[in-house]
Design a binder for this molecule. Structure first.
Ligand code: NAP
Length: 264
């Protein structure tokens, strides 16, 4: 799909990876719906930066853990644009809690944001994508931002890992069922940006980068570029792209608490 003039919704686009994806799509000529939940100021800044690129921008707030707010988000997109071409499900929670301590409410909340919301967004996006007038052979595109916890076993992240494993399978089943009208793919980022509390320039983060086969951390721009590749290549669906410096090759041990496997 040629991204120019297309309508793209990026969830969680105020900051971090979502911001980079939204900006990359804007730079490629897409009109962008910048979704946010609590980061209003950052979202306004992201929206302003994308607007400067000469494309249309719409700023939409929604708590994706609430189905009614997902509906409102899509109603707003339908009102403003009447169509959608690209959806990037990037918003997610990232909660650490030992298996024994996860409450039912916490489990439900993580699954609601990380799995039910991408399902709802994909379903509603597919309906809007059908309303888009694209050339033949240009299906709509959904990109799900997954995580290595979907394919590895990280102690302390059971609910997160299960939600992301579900999202990975959602990618496959949706890719098959929504074809040929919509392509659905996943990206699994590795150490791109550290979780809150760890500075990107810190020794701790640098050490983490040294542990993956390519020996360094990645950048948000590399995620944006991968979304752009998936946008442009209309023959890829049901695919998962690891953008992780090879971390998935190393295995789960890296993320186990206390584990240190630095390269000499
Ligand atoms: N960073 C990495 O290196 C990395 C590695 C592996 C996988 N990933 C995946 O890539 C995606 C983006 O990563 P990230 O680090 O940029 O994510 P993040 O900073 O942890 O979260 C992205 C955004 O999700 C939004 N969000 C959280 N709960 C929400 C809710 N209930 N409703 C609506 N929005 C909600 C937040 O928006 P507001 O700030 O507006 O509240 C937040 O800014 C995520 O799916 C993540 O799992 C990232």
């Amino acid at each position: 799909m040629d991204p120019r003039g297309k309508i793209a919704l990026v969830t969680g686009a105020a900051r971090r990876l979502g911001r980079s994806i939204a900006t990359t799509l804007g730079r490629a000529g897409s009109h962008v719906v910048v979704h946010y939940s609590s980061s209003r100021r950052e979202a306004e800044k992201t929206a302003a930066e994308i607007r400067e690129l000469g494309v249309e921008v719409s700023l939409e707030r929604a708590d994706l853990g609430r189905p009614a707010e997902v509906e409102t988000l899509f109603a707003a997109i339908a009102d403003r644009f009447g169509r959608l071409d690209i959806l990037v499900n990037s918003a997610a929670s990232f909660e650490r809690r030992s298996f024994a301590q996860i409450t039912v409410a916490e489990w439900d909340s993580v699954l609601a944001v990380n799995l039910r919301a991408p399902f709802m967004c994909t379903q509603r996006a597919a309906a809007l994508m059908a309303a888009s007038k694209r050339s033949a052979g240009e299906p709509g595109l959904v990109v799900n931002m997954v995580d290595l916890s979907a394919v590895q076993t990280w102690p302390g992240y059971a609910h997160h890992g299960v939600s992301k494993a579900g999202l990975l399978h959602l990618t496959s089943v949706a890719a098959r069922e929504l074809a040929p009208d919509v392509r659905v793919n996943a990206i699994i980022p590795g150490p791109i940006l550290p979780p809150p509390g760890i500075d990107v320039g810190s020794d701790e983060w640098r050490r983490h980068g040294k542990r993956v086969p390519l020996g360094r951390t990645g950048s948000p721009e590399q995620i944006g570029e991968t979304v752009l590749f998936l946008t442009r290549n209309d023959y890829v669906t049901g695919e998962t792209i690891f953008v992780d410096g090879g971390e998935h090759l190393v295995g789960t041990a890296l993320r186990a608490s206390g584990e240190s496997r630095e390269k000499p």
